[in-house]
Design a protein around this ligand. Structure first.
Ligand SMILES: NC(=O)C1=CN([C@@H]2O[C@H](COP(=O)(O)OP(=O)(O)OC[C@H]3O[C@@H](n4cnc5c(N)ncnc54)[C@H](OP(=O)(O)O)[C@@H]3O)[C@@H](O)[C@H]2O)C=CC1
Ligand SMILES: CC1=C(/C=C/C(C)=C/C=C/C(C)=C/C=O)C(C)(C)CCC1
Length: 317
């Protein structure tokens, strides 16, 4: 149970990756400012979290089951929190989906929206009324650079994150009136199971319904570039946890928080040309004309990321 003065933080999707690391980072806060309720849909997966938490498990970190896709699970979980009092809600649970659109069923697409979009809506709907009543609270959402800029062959995942960005941008205004803050964390590539799960799926799949050229562009052009990008730009879950901690500890938390300064020029293209031509043409050229030179492109991107652009991101340090 939380001590008076401790903030209650509830985090979704703590069985691995970013959620696990945020839970442990906050629970191990030197000043013990947080009581973390780490949630996951399958408690059988708790071992990694328990091990990473070490001696704070059962003290500043407790566990609850929660599946963001189930109304009942969300309600049961929040009802079991003392007085339903949550100071900070971190919506982290999410799933990826990669590949040619032709080979993805509508059912698979709906599952992604059910988790990444409706999962967040469901959590906010359950927690927000109490925060509004108390005139205090902070809702944090693990978005993505793909919530701001589309990436080829990630069409449905990108759409789910765009939907969430639009939803949160609208909600933020109303919530501000009730002194409830809203912040989006927008990481680029991060080395987690998200990456491995997607790559494993990709290796297994046949892509029925997609024509041979599309499958070739996906497997032989997009995937090698994407691997290069993960190598050159990939952050760690620790980096994202540190950024998230900074955001929740800020006296005036920002709404948007890109975590990776290397990605700033990519997102900036969109705002530099309101016709959209600059970003679409640049991504086309990066992928189809300079694909084999992606390593060099990555170096150029690093140079482009001068200190004034770095200021626009939230750095982990
Ligand atoms: N890795 C990356 O490159 C990036 C990731 N993100 C976002 O970060 C967030 C965390 O992803 P990451 O740590 O990388 O990936 P992981 O796959 O390591 O973690 C995802 C977590 O979400 C959980 N989850 C999935 N579906 C549900 C559900 N229905 N209810 C509750 N929990 C669920 C998973 O649980 P289970 O183990 O049960 O499947 C897991 O704990 C996601 O929202 C993702 O979109 C954003 C930018 C980049
Ligand atoms: C291939 C390719 C790109 C790929 C970007 C990737 C692979 C981003 C991954 C982001 C992730 C994993 C976000 C998770 O939410 C760019 C840079 C757009 C430029 C054009 C070529």
């Amino acid at each position: 149970m939380a001590n008076s003065g401790q903030k209650v933080v509830l985090i979704t999707g703590c069985s691995s990756g970013i959620g696990l690391r945020i839970a442990v980072t906050l629970a191990r806060d030197e000043k013990k400012r947080y009581h973390v309720i780490a949630t996951m849909r399958d408690l059988k997966k708790k071992e990694k979290l328990v091990e990473a938490a070490g001696d704070v498990f059962g003290k500043t970190l407790t566990l609850l089951p929660l599946d963001v896709c189930s109304d009942e699970s969300v309600k049961t979980c929040i009802d079991s929190v003392k007085d339903r009092h949550i100071d900070i809600l971190i919506n982290n649970a999410g799933v990826g989906l990669l590949g040619p659109l032709e080979s993805i069923s509508i059912e698979e697409m709906k599952k992604v929206f059910e988790t990444n979009f409706f999962g967040v809506v469901r959590m906010i709907k359950e927690v927000m009324p109490d925060m509004k009543k108390r005139r205090s609270g902070h809702i944090v959402v693990m978005s993505s650079v793909m919530g701001l800029q589309g990436v080829v062959f990630n069409d449905i995942y990108t759409a789910s994150k765009f939907a969430m960005e639009g939803f949160c941008e609208s909600m933020a205004v109303q919530l501000m009136k009730f002194n409830v803050r809203m912040s989006m964390i927008e990481p680029g590539p991060v080395h987690t199971e998200f990456e491995t799960k997607m790559m494993d799926d990709v290796a297994k799949m046949e892509y029925p319904g997609a024509d041979a050229d599309t499958v070739r562009y996906f497997k032989d052009v997009y995937l090698p570039s994407s691997i290069d990008i993960f190598e050159a730009m990939g952050q760690t879950p620790e980096d994202i946890a540190k950024c998230t901690k900074k955001v929740i500890e800020s006296s005036s938390p920002r709404f948007r928080n890109l975590t990776n300064s290397l990605y700033t020029p990519i997102v900036a293209l969109k705002y530099a040309d309101e016709t959209g031509g600059l970003s679409v043409n640049t991504f086309y050229n990066l992928l189809f004309n300079f694909g084999p030179l992606m390593h060099i492109t990555m170096s150029i991107l690093k140079c482009l990321t001068c200190s004034c652009l770095r200021r626009r991101t939230i750095s982990p340090n």
